[in-house]
Every structure is written in structure tokens, then in C-alpha cells.
Design a protein around this ligand. Structure first.
Ligand code: HEM
Length: 442
């Protein structure tokens, strides 16, 4: 940050086209060359009360822009100094810090509130996760969401060091790490507001590994799981087809036995991480009913990126199996049990999707409360309008209701085995996801 110090009078000398300085929150910006590039136009910058008189432009700036504008590198470098004797009053949150905006954090993180679900251990875990994500993952999330590229191996390695993917799959030792820890992980990741990046960040693994962990043999687990957990190999869940979305049992990808191999032919659509994947946990039909096969990428397996409404960093693909030969040893669970393996796997996925959606909606509440407080229209902040307050109230109530529901379900998950969850929670988790997702559409 430049160390030059100025008085308001000195700033006021730079008050014409080609030589224009302004003061925003005690910092002095040289807009001489930027003025003609300013998205809001040059003329507003020369108007009285802004550049012309060298007056403080803080209020007018924050009535029109978010703080993040000044943090972007191309704009932060316009700063040439600061006003002598003044310090900034508007500061971004430090990594790991909680938002002070009402409802921007769940009540369990809000000072003065209580929760039966979270211990001090969860709170410490939360603090560490938020700081870690901000320090090591946030910049990558913004970059990938923008470029559509796959997450870098460097960040993946950093995440493997803390066993990130394994943590997203749920508890192994529930006394040390339970589904509330996992809930924290999913919600913190979604706070970036980078939907495709969150999916690109090994979401394929979260949904495609659990059939191997829950139904695979020890040999299959030893062969495939370690490299995937270490971020060295990618895996996708390949269920959906153009003909079979919600109607999972209608899949048409066919597997035919030929000696010690299956021969798989068919296509899968909207496969998350598919363009990057080395393995596909794939639902196929056989003469003896449905089966889940672990298919390795070979020349007989091709993937094509699908253009989505979100970024290509999620690696969403159309997958074609063209007589792909798969060892019978790669069969997950029993032939004929493919539907129950697939449906039981949906519970954890839907709960995770709910957590991500809830967290992204809370960020929207945070942003809207900040903006409606900051933006001046008709001579007052936006939130002075009753219609805006009514919208905010509706958003907040949906988010809080969803939070209470997801925490209740999470408690049940902590106390049920995988098979009990499939038996008892499938309906409520499906309803919860439907509620959370429709809340985000309202
Ligand atoms: C360091 C100084 C400034 C920078 C880097 C800057 C940058 C920007 C950017 C990036 C936008 C696009 C919208 C957004 O991303 O928020 C914008 C819009 C705008 N800016 Fe600035 N600006 C600066 C100072 C000012 C000042 C002093 C005024 C005074 C009136 C101003 C008035 C506007 C207006 C009227 C818009 C259009 C807003 C809209 O369409 O809603 N800007 N500015």
C-alpha cells in the first residue's frame, strides 16, 4: 500500500480532466487515467462534491459500489496514498472472521445464541476450516469459476494434506468427526458463491466413492480409493441418461457378460466432473436386473463437455461407452441390486446439496442486507422501503427454517447406520432438498 500522505487541500489541487484525485474512506485514488474507463462514466467523477472540490467521496462511492470493487487488483492499484491523520473505517473481514450482518451466520455461530447440536470442537473446526478455505482455496475458486478450468493440482495437494475429500464423505470415527463437522465443511465451501467450482472440487468423488466404500470388496477399495482420496485420480457417478433422469430404473446403458468381462454400451448425460474423470461408477442394466460397475477410462470410453448455465470448471460431461470392456471384478455389490445401491447413495448426496444451497442462500441474505443498507435511492437506504423489507423477511425466514430442518436431519444421520438412514431418512431428505432448492428459486 502506498505510504504517501496528503491533506484534503492537496488532493483538491487534482481536480480536472487528466488530473483527478478522490478520497474514499481516508485513501487517496488517482483516477486521472481511469476516469475515461470508469463503468459509471467520467462525468460523475468531475461533479461537485466528488473530484472537483477534493471532498470526501466515501458516501457517494459506497452508495453505488460494493467494498469488493476497491479490493480488485486493477482498482486497488489506483490508490496513491492516504489522508494524513486518518485511518480507514470500512475493513474487509479477516480470514476466519464471522460476519456481523444479522442472519449472515447460523444462530449456532451468533454470539448470545444456543444450540444443542454443536460442541466447542465443532466451533474450533469451523474456525479452522473458514480460515483455511479463505487462505488456500478462495482465490482458486474465483479463478476457476471464471476460466472454466479444472482446479489446479497444487490446490488439490493442499486439500489432500488435510484429508479434504475423505472428510466430505462423512464420519469414519464418529467420536472425533461427525456429520455436523461434515455439514460445516459443505456449508463453508458454498459460501464462496462459486457453484460450479464447488462441484468441480471433487464432488464427483463425494457421490461416486460411497458405493465403493459401502458395497465394494476390500480388494476394490484398496485398488481404487487411496488415489482418489489423494486427489490423484478423479471419479464420477454415471447414472443419468437422456432417457432416465428421475426415473433411475429406466437406464438403457447395457452390460452384457462375456467371460470374465462385462461389455458396456450406452450413454450418460450431465455427469459431474466427467470431463476429468479416470473412473465412472456406472448404473447399467443386465439380463438379471440392474448392476453398478466401476468403469475405468479407456479408448472405449469418451467424454464430451456439456455447455451448462454454470462454469465448465465442474467438468459436466456427456459420456459414451462404446463396447467398453470391464472386468467382472469391478462389479460393485450384487448383480440385480443396482437400484437399491443407487438410491441409498442419493441420501447423502441430497443432504450435501441442501447444505450447499442453504449456505449460498445465506450469503445472498448477507449481501442483500449489506446492499439495501448501503445503496441510497429516493434519498434513503433501500431497506427504508417496506416492499424491500418484506422481501428480506421472506428470504430470512426460508433460510432459518431450512437451517433448523437440516440440523435436525443431521442429528438423525449421526445416530443411524448407513442402512437405517436409507430406510428411515430417504423421504425426509428428499423433501428437505426440494424445500431448500425451491427456496432458492422463489
Ligand atoms: C476508485 C474509484 C472508483 C472505482 C474503482 C469505480 C469503479 C466502478 C465500477 C467497477 C463500476 C461498475 C459497477 C460495480 O462493479 O460496482 C462503477 C459504477 C459506477 N460508479 Fe464508480 N468507481 C469509482 C469511483 C466512483 C465515484 C467517486 C463515483 C461518484 C459518483 C462513481 C460513480 C459510479 C456510478 C454512477 C456507477 C454506475 C452505477 C450503476 O450503474 O448502478 N464511481 N464504478
Amino acid at each position: 500500500m502506498p505510504s504517501n500522505e496528503f491533506t484534503f487541500d492537496e488532493v483538491a489541487q487534482h481536480n480536472k480532466e487528466g488530473d483527478l484525485w478522490v478520497v474514499i474512506d481516508s485513501k487517496v485514488y488517482d483516477l486521472s487515467r481511469f476516469a475515461n474507463l470508469h463503468p459509471g462514466g467520467a462525468s460523475v467523477l468531475y461533479a461537485g462534491g466528488v473530484g472537483k472540490s477534493g471532498k470526501d467521496a466515501t458516501q457517494v462511492f459506497f452508495g453505488l459500489h460494493r467494498l469488493e470493487v476497491l479490493q480488485r487488483p486493477q482498482y486497488s492499484r489506483l490508490q496513491v496514498g492516504a489522508i494524513r491523520g486518518q485511518t480507514e473505517s470500512i475493513k474487509p473481514l479477516a480470514p476466519g472472521e464471522l460476519s456481523l450482518v444479522p442472519y449472515a451466520e447460523p444462530t449456532w455461530l451468533t454470539p448470545g445464541y444456543f444450540s444443542p447440536y454443536y460442541s466447542d470442537n465443532h466451533r474450533q473446526f469451523h474456525k479452522a476450516v473458514r480460515a483455511f478455505f479463505m487462505e488456500f482455496v478462495y482465490a482458486e475458486a474465483i479463478r476457476c469459476e471464471d476460466s472454466g478450468k479444472r482446479i489446479s493440482q497444487e490446490v488439490l495437494d493442499k486439500l489432500s494434506e488435510i484429508n479434504f475429500l475423505a472428510m466430505r464423505l462423512g464420519p469414519v470415527k464418529p467420536d472425533e468427526y461427525d456429520h455436523f463437522h461434515e455439514l460445516i465443511l459443505h456449508t463453508e465451501l458454498a459460501r464462496f458463491g462459486t457453484r460450479a467450482f464447488v462441484d468441480g472440487l471433487l464432488n464427483g468423488g463425494v457421490i461416486a466413492l460411497s458405493p465403493i466404500l459401502n458395497f465394494g470388496t476390500p480388494e476394490q477399495q484398496a485398488k481404487f480409493v487411496p488415489d482418489i482420496l489423494a486427489g490423484k485420480k478423479y471419479i464420477s457417478l454415471a447414472i443419468t441418461e437422456a432417457f432416465a433422469g428421475s426415473d433411475v430404473s429406466g437406464v438403457q446403458t447395457v452390460a452384457v457378460r462375456d467371460g470374465d468381462e462385462w461389455v458396456v454400451t450406452g450413454t450418460k448425460k450431465w455427469i459431474t466432473n466427467g470431463t476429468f474423470s479416470d473412473y465412472f461408477t456406472t448404473l447399467c442394466k443386465t439380463d438379471a436386473g440392474l448392476v453398478v460397475l466401476l468403469i475405468e477410462r479407456t479408448d472405449a470410453v469418451s467424454t464430451k463437455a456439456i455447455k451448462m448455465s454454470y462454469s465448465a470448471t465442474a467438468g459436466t460431461a456427456f459420456v459414451t461407452f462404446d463396447k467398453a470392456r470391464v472386468p467382472v471384478a469391478n462389479t460393485l455389490g450384487q448383480v440385480g441390486k443396482g437400484l437399491s445401491i443407487t438410491l441409498s447413495n442419493f441420501n447423502h448426496e441430497r443432504w450435501m446439496v441442501t447444505a450447499s444451497s442453504l449456505s449460498a442462500q445465506r450469503v445472498v441474505v448477507d449481501e442483500c442486507l449489506k446492499w439495501t443498507n448501503q445503496r441510497i435511492a429516493f434519498g434513503k437506504p433501500l431497506h427504508a422501503q417496506a416492499v424491500i423489507r418484506a422481501k428480506l423477511a421472506a428470504m430470512i425466514s426460508r433460510v432459518e427454517a431450512c437451517q433448523a430442518w437440516v440440523e435436525n436431519i443431521t442429528l438423525q444421520m449421526n445416530n443411524m447406520s448407513y442402512h437405517e438412514q436409507s430406510d428411515k431418512l430417504a423421504g425426509s431428505i428428499a423433501l428437505l432438498k426440494q424445500y431448500a432448492i425451491s427456496a432458492s428459486i422463489d
